[in-house]
Write a protein that binds this ligand. Structure first.
Ligand code: NAG
Ligand code: NAG
Ligand code: NAG
Ligand code: NAG
Ligand code: NAG
Ligand code: NAG
Ligand code: NAG
Ligand code: NAG
Ligand code: NAG
Ligand code: NAG
Ligand code: NAG
Length: 508
């Protein structure tokens, strides 16, 4: 198992097993090979939105098309548009979204601001205004654990969104087992804030130097010190940083402490996973240092080995500007140095809707010919972004308690999997064009109201509903149902049982 976890594979997408990495060029209609890696068109991963081509020349190929999503009216604002990508269950993925606006919403000048979501977890707000002003694309990176056999990456308008959200590229890369393994991914996902190679001034370090294609940006180029690099061995570092990061460093003489403002932007008040990388290329064992972050001791008397070392902390609270201070430890004959650093915000995992309910809703989605456009990704989560017509309860289990698709123009039939929605209180499917028979609903013990009036349903009356104690309302008029209405039901519901006009039912 281990050999492939440590290799970025280029095996093309296959249906039987998820690939190790999936590179999706959004809005394009053909696959392409860029720098030796295959990019796929996005049509196999999403069924909503429209493709648009930017009318700019000389764009990097993956930026020249986008998928664009309509700005919804205020009351539907938070509906999500999801890519669904096959993954290995419980594996850890680096997810990167890339946005290059390119003026695609011609009627407005500045790019839209919107949310991005992975499965049930709110990831971040996307605001590309500043990068776009500088003429560059924006990218966002996070590390998420796959809860199921697919992972959804979704965009949703928020209250700041003023024009259609869009996306240029989406990448999922399977990470090695040991990478970032000190994080409890069952509780936290990681949102990248900064990843830098210190003392480096070249182009972003990425694949193939970094086998997982993480981006290491240059930092501190005004004061670079280049080390010989070839004397550095870094095989032992769990996060598998690329060797190239250790070929440059920031360092100072022994006589003085080194202070770096990193990252450059002030941070929001939160908890962070912070990891700093050091390697001594001189082979001297006498370089030791103390590390402080703001005024808090991060580590004392670190002896920097030639084989490299990573210092990390989880749940480290930070807010505002961040200053890293490196001072020589007592007895150190050499000044401090540092090669690289990564900083992630730890964001709470949103959880997932109960599997039974997911099976039930997916069954219906497949049996409807025209399911609502936003029926993909997690049905209930994030709370603000649940599916059209779906109401949930958010206790220890996240359950679907209401399904209301009244007057949605639905075609198709009712999947027997509806029987899995066992927490349902209200089932409203009235005034659609549903046909076929009504499946067994006897497992839906908590039903209170059922509306299926004004459809083309046929077959026998759903007698299974007679056994549901709490049922208060059953509307089935204007269908083509046949058979006998149980007398107990007739007695219990009285005028809240509606079966005429339409139907050919025998009433006791
Ligand atoms: C793909 O898109 C290009 C332009 O966007 C168009 O010229 C071409 O016909 C399309 N190909 C297919 C197979 O749809
Ligand atoms: C987006 O970013 C720009 C530039 O940083 C900022 O002026 C603007 O307020 C941001 N928009 C939102 C909604 O946060
Ligand atoms: C992380 O991976 C390394 C290398 O496989 C292993 O030695 C270490 O125990 C792991 N740490 C955790 C917290 O699982
Ligand atoms: C993770 O979540 C579980 C259950 O919600 C909790 O018991 C556990 O303490 C959490 N672990 C951490 C490190 O927060
Ligand atoms: C360290 O000190 C030496 C001699 O004083 C000087 O030449 C060199 O530039 C100094 N290096 C740094 C990084 O300050
Ligand atoms: C660090 O300590 C100095 C002096 O003790 C103080 O002026 C400064 O505000 C502190 N900085 C932080 C980030 O706490
Ligand atoms: C720092 O560590 C070195 C080697 O581990 C040790 O010899 C030295 O006494 C330590 N110094 C302090 C001040 O703890
Ligand atoms: C279902 O939606 C319809 C139409 O929007 C509305 O009239 C009805 O009250 C809703 N039912 C429930 C249980 O919310
Ligand atoms: C039934 O649904 C259609 C949309 O499919 C809508 O136009 C019509 O007004 C609805 N009828 C009633 C009585 O709500
Ligand atoms: C979902 O419903 C189908 C059809 O009733 C049933 O065969 C299946 O066992 C159910 N699955 C779960 C997890 O309840
Ligand atoms: C009931 O079935 C008949 C014959 O199959 C059909 O003509 C009629 O339109 C159906 N009624 C409804 C409400 O679907």
């Amino acid at each position: 198992m281990l050999w492939f976890l440590f290799t970025l594979s280029l095996i093309p997408f296959s249906l039987s097993q998820p690939p190790r990495s999936v590179l999706i060029d959004c809005g394009t209609n053909a696959s392409s090979v860029i720098d030796g890696r295959q990019w796929l068109p996005d049509s196999g991963f999403i069924s909503t939105g429209t493709s648009k081509t930017l009318t700019l020349n000389n764009l990097f190929p993956t930026l020249s098309t986008v998928r664009s999503f309509p700005l919804l009216p205020t009351n539907l604002r938070r509906r999500k548009f999801c890519y669904v990508v096959p993954v290995y269950r419980t594996a850890k993925y680096l997810v990167r979204t890339t946005y290059y606006y390119g003026g695609v919403n011609a009627r407005v000048l500045s790019p839209p601001v919107f949310d991005q979501v992975v499965d049930g977890t709110f990831w971040s707000v996307v605001n590309t205004t500043e990068d776009y002003g500088r003429g560059t694309a924006s990218y966002y990176e996070g590390v998420f654990r796959a809860a199921g056999k697919s992972m959804s990456v979704c965009l949703a308008s928020n209250t700041y969104t003023e024009s259609d959200p869009f996306i240029s590229a989406l990448e999922l890369v399977l990470l090695g087992d040991s990478v970032y393994n000190s994080t409890d991914f069952g509780n936290s996902s990681l949102r990248l804030v900064a990843r830098h190679s210190f003392g480096y001034g070249g182009p972003i370090i990425r694949y193939p130097d970094d086998k997982f294609d993480r981006y290491w940006e240059p930092y501190g180029v005004n004061n670079p010190t280049t080390s010989r690099g070839e004397n550095v061995f870094i095989n032992g570092l769990w996060n598998l940083p690329p060797l190239k990061v250790f070929q440059t460093q920031l360092s100072v003489n022994r006589s003085q402490p080194m202070e770096i403002q990193w990252p450059l932007e002030p941070l929001k008040d939160s908890v962070y996973y912070i990891v700093l990388y050091f390697a001594d290329d001189t082979g001297a064992s006498s370089r030791s240092l103390n590390i402080g972050i703001n005024n808090v001791t991060f580590y004392s008397n670190l002896t920097v080995p030639q084989s490299g070392v990573a210092l990390f902390a989880n749940q480290w609270p930070l807010a505002g500007p961040t200053k890293i201070v490196l001072t020589p430890a007592t007895g150190s004959t050499l000044g401090p140095l540092i090669n690289g650093g990564e900083l992630f915000e730890e964001i709470p995992v949103g959880g997932r809707t109960h599997t039974r309910d997911v099976i039930g809703l997916n069954g219906l989605k497949n049996s409807f010919q025209n399911p609502p456009f936003d029926w993909s990704g997690d049905p209930c989560l994030p709370k603000e972004n649940s599916w059209t017509g779906v109401t949930c309860s958010f206790g220890s289990n996240i359950r679907v308690i209401g399904l209301n698709l009244t007057s949605m123009g639905l075609l198709g039939s009712l999947s027997p999997n509806i029987a899995n929605l066992t927490a349902l209180n209200d089932l409203w499917l009235g005034n659609n064009s549903l046909s076929g028979s009504i499946p067994d609903l006897g497992t839906l013990r908590l039903l209170k109201t059922v509306h299926m009036e004004d459809n083309h349903l046929n077959g026998p009356f759903p007698a299974s509903l007679a056994n549901i104690d709490g049922l208060q309302e059953l509307f089935l008029q204007n269908n083509n149902l046949t058979g006998q209405v149980p007398s107990s039901l007739n007695a219990k519901l009285g005028s809240n049982l509606r079966i005429v006009p339409g139907n050919s039912l025998l009433v006791p």
